[in-house]
Design a protein. Structure first.
Length: 142
């Protein structure tokens, strides 16, 4: 098992320090923290180590602005972690609609849901966000 949580934590610390010198990055981080504060109660929690081992084994870590990415070279699946929000998402980069390219916790397309009568229908944006955002467990919760 890799320790992706350490890579994530190191990246978070570095970007928070960088934000002290970058007003735009500070603004992005503050917006992310506010979103997470409002919605995190609706998100499933994940152990980042297990999540990365399952969906991005042997991944490389990339830090870009307010995000940390874990992606296995050659794979279309990447884990997108928000630095300040303390959450991650699973993205299929082969999906051209970037606003709806995120997957559920099992790696399935999250655009539709099955109704009690068995029919499929599209998810509202709030429903989509709820099933595609995952709260990253703190080290002591893992």
């Amino acid at each position: 098992m890799s320790d992706s949580k350490s890579a994530y934590s190191t990246g978070v610390a570095a970007q928070k320090a960088l934000a002290q010198l970058d007003a735009e990055l500070t603004r992005k981080l503050d917006r992310a923290a506010e979103r997470a504060k409002r919605f995190h109660a609706n998100w499933q929690a994940v152990n980042l180590n297990d999540f990365v081992d399952k969906f991005a084994p042997g991944s490389t870590t990339k830090i870009d602005g307010a995000k940390i990415y874990f992606q296995t070279p050659g794979s279309n699946i990447r884990i997108v972690c928000d630095i300040r929000g303390g959450y991650c998402r699973l993205q299929d980069t082969s999906i051209s609609n970037t606003r709806r390219s995120y997957l559920d916790i099992n790696g399935h397309n999250a655009n539709n849901k099955t109704l009690p009568n068995g029919k499929q229908t599209g998810r509202k944006q709030s429903e989509y966000n709820e099933v595609t955002h995952f709260r990253i467990l703190k080290r002591e919760e893992m």
